[in-house]
Design a protein around this ligand. Structure first.
Ligand SMILES: NC(=O)C1=CN([C@@H]2O[C@H](COP(=O)(O)OP(=O)(O)OC[C@H]3O[C@@H](n4cnc5c(N)ncnc54)[C@H](OP(=O)(O)O)[C@@H]3O)[C@@H](O)[C@H]2O)C=CC1
Ligand SMILES: O=C(O)C1=N[C@H](C(=O)O)C[C@H](O)C1
Length: 242
């Protein structure tokens, strides 16, 4: 039976994953939190699942590489340097990184890419996300993933179009921009909407997470899928064959 090592095991996601491991036909190898031994966990796990903090990513990837243990990375708030580290590790082991492990958001990203490609630059794109009061990063990893999907549909780089945190006398909207807005409060597990706004009409594509179980089930499915794969960087689209 495939054994799972959880990095960030006592966090909200770590606990959700541990509670669903048996249902998924998998086994818990163990878990660590801040100050834990990632090397020892990687050694006794068939696959690692990381829902912790960006600061820990470098050590977690090093432990995975040293033990040739594949790793699923769900942690968000990643910066460019973290993505370089992931690419580097993925030249040696199988690494799956995603801002959202749910089936629904993976499908939403697919729809957003298609809509952005077909509607063209005359339609404005705005992404709105709402999360619980304890979330520490913004925009959410999912909002960025959806922004990447929209940008890919338009054949542009998100970094060249992204507009965040409007405030004050901003001037009119930049044509072709992909805008982001973040709301925080209460216990919201994660709501995302992508609005495509044309002249006189708009489309709003939305996803609502009713609980963290959807992320946990997706992460476990991704982990089981990753075992035995060749070294490469994967995402949820690969797991769901989209
Ligand atoms: N991709 C997806 O589908 C999803 C991604 N997320 C992301 O996952 C991450 C975790 O979310 P959540 O569970 O809500 O956060 P929590 O703050 O509840 O949990 C984070 C856990 O990571 C632990 N941790 C901190 N530093 C380290 C370290 N160096 N090594 C190992 N563990 C460490 C913390 O331990 P301690 O308390 O000791 O510091 C804590 O137990 C966030 O980035 C969040 O955005 C969340 C949901 C879905
Ligand atoms: O921190 C969370 O809770 C979540 N984080 C992920 C994100 O940043 O998109 C995924 C999910 O929305 C919950």
């Amino acid at each position: 039976m495939t054994s799972i090592g959880i990095l960030g095991s006592e966090g909200r996601m770590g606990r959700a994953i541990a509670s669903l491991i048996e249902d998924a036909g998998l086994r818990l190898a163990g878990g660590i939190d801040r100050g834990g031994d990632a090397e020892a966990l990687a050694e006794k796990s068939d696959v690692l699942i990381d829902f912790s903090t960006p600061d820990a990513l470098e050590a977690h990837l090093a432990a995975a590489v040293a033990n040739a243990t594949p790793i699923v990375i769900g942690t968000t708030g990643l910066e460019e340097r973290h993505h370089w580290l992931i690419d580097e590790a993925a030249s040696e082991i199988a690494v799956l990184q995603t801002g959202n492990t749910s089936l629904g958001v993976t499908m939403l990203a697919h729809l957003v890419r298609d809509a952005a490609a077909r509607l063209g630059n005359d339609w404005d794109i705005e992404i709105v996300e709402t999360h619980h009061r304890d979330k520490v990063d913004a925009p959410s990893g999912t909002a960025l993933l959806l922004g990447e999907a929209a940008a890919a549909g338009r054949g542009i780089a998100l970094a060249d179009a992204s507009e965040r945190g409007r405030d004050g006398h901003t001037g009119a909207r930049t044509r072709g921009a992909i805008g982001f807005a973040s709301l925080r409060g209460g216990t919201v597990a994660g709501d995302h909407s992508v609005a495509l706004l044309g002249d006189g009409e708009r489309i709003v594509l939305s996803h609502v997470a009713e609980s963290r179980d959807i992320f946990a089930r997706g992460a476990l499915r991704a982990a089981a899928w990753l075992v035995g794969r060749p070294a490469a960087r994967y995402d949820m689209q690969s797991v769901l064959d989209l």
